[in-house]
Design a protein around this ligand. Structure first.
Ligand code: COA
Length: 353
């Protein structure tokens, strides 16, 4: 039973400032996960037909062997990936879409600028009048959204939320530009979060940060005037993703490791107490650097970048779904989700599932 919110002097005097309803002893569980990737495979050899590169170079520098790329002629798009991923997560959770209180989609590659992808996913799945909105946090899109959804459930305003992370970066990739053509793939993952009376389940610690001063290291200019004055206009082109790979690499290696340390400290647990690290798949070398620094057992860090490349907001929930399906995430485990990306943004979520 819900308890009445605590009465504060402010609440007694001002009806406008009533505290949010809060539900004591409420936990949050991951009720189901799902994923969806395009059928079309682009191997490194395929990329090498579009720009000057090689399978050997790409694999050595990134760990990527292949990625999936949407084929719009076959009806594949950001929306279909999001919808299919959440449909699969709902099926796994055995919760009907009509019970969703909210649909949150982490994406920066919506098919349309308006409305949000979340509204269209909700409509496609029969989520009725569930709240729906997108979160634009690039590769952090899923972890930001998951933390937000968790808190909405924990505080008591929502019971069930469908969270999707999806990007189809191919829609603004110039495949003749080897800086970006080698790295990204399209894909979506989703999780259904649901309230539980077991208060031990849910987030132990979370960090959500951004530093917008670094925006020009990874961006898509909309039109000519948005290109920074000092940029090479042969390289930075409106409508195409531009990445300063070296700067992003430095940011990612440092941030990734600090994020793990700060999250462990916040959760007051040791690295060996974490059963699984579900990390953004940006580059296998960046993940390996963190593994080496903390001495994490290889079995506790999932890597699938070889098959999917960097799917931006899709990468963490795709890893999650593959781990759940493989039986490698089980009830009671402690899991750390970690992501970083354009913005610049970084985010973590330490769970007891
Ligand atoms: N294929 C073949 N050769 C390439 C190449 C490619 N795709 N890209 C660059 N090169 C060449 C360069 O011209 C350079 O040659 P040189 O030594 O003769 O001058 C050499 O390879 C090294 O280039 P460099 O740019 O230093 O490569 P790198 O080791 O920094 O690797 C990235 C490039 C993009 C793989 C790396 O910087 C990276 O992973 N950055 C982070 C990207 C990321 O994570 N983005 C998403 C964040 S969410």
């Amino acid at each position: 039973m819900n308890q009445p919110p605590p009465t504060t002097p402010a609440a007694q005097t001002s009806a406008k400032h009533r505290p949010l309803p809060s539900v004591p002893h409420r936990g949050v569980r991951i009720a189901g996960t799902g994923m969806a990737v395009p059928e079309r495979v682009y191997t490194n050899a395929d990329i090498a037909t579009l720009c000057e590169t090689s399978d050997e170079w790409i694999y050595q520098r990134t760990g990527i062997r292949q990625r999936r790329i949407c084929d719009p002629r076959k009806g594949e798009s950001n929306l279909t990936l999001c919808t299919n991923a959440l449909r699969n997560a709902l099926e796994a959770s055995k919760i009907p879409a009509a019970q969703l209180d909210a649909v949150i989609v982490g994406t920066i590659t919506s098919d349309m600028k308006c409305p949000s992808t979340a509204c269209m996913v909700g409509a496609a799945l029969g989520a009725g009048t569930a709240q729906a909105f997108d979160v634009a946090a690039a590769c952090c899109g899923f972890v930001y959204s998951m933390n937000l959804a968790h808190d909405l459930i924990r505080v008591g305003t929502h019971r069930t939320i469908g969270v999707v992370g999806c990007d189809s970066v191919s829609c603004f990739t110039d495949f003749t530009n080897r800086n970006v053509a080698i790295l990204f793939g399209d894909g979506a993952g989703a999780a259904v979060l649901h309230a539980t009376d077991d208060a031990t389940k849910g987030v132990i610690a979370q960090i959500n940060k951004a530093d917008g001063t670094g925006w020009d290291n990874l961006f898509v200019p909309g039109w000519d005037q948005q290109i920074p004055d000092n940029a090479d206009r042969q390289v930075v082109v409106p409508g195409c993703l531009h990445m300063n790979g070296k700067e992003v690499f430095k940011f990612a290696v440092g941030t990734f490791q600090n994020l793990i340390k700060e999250t462990l400290d916040m959760g007051q647990i040791k690295v060996e107490d974490v059963d699984m690290f579900v990390c953004h798949q940006s580059n296998a070398r960046i993940i390996q650097a963190a593994v080496d620094r903390f001495g994490i057992a290889a079995t506790k860090v999932y890597v699938n970048i070889d098959r999917f490349g960097n799917t931006s907001a899709g990468s963490v929930p795709i890893c999650l779904d593959e781990l759940v399906k493989a039986g490698r995430i089980r009830e009671g485990m402690v899991i750390m989700f970690v992501a970083f990306g354009a913005g610049l943004t970084w985010s973590s979520s330490l769970w007891q599932v």
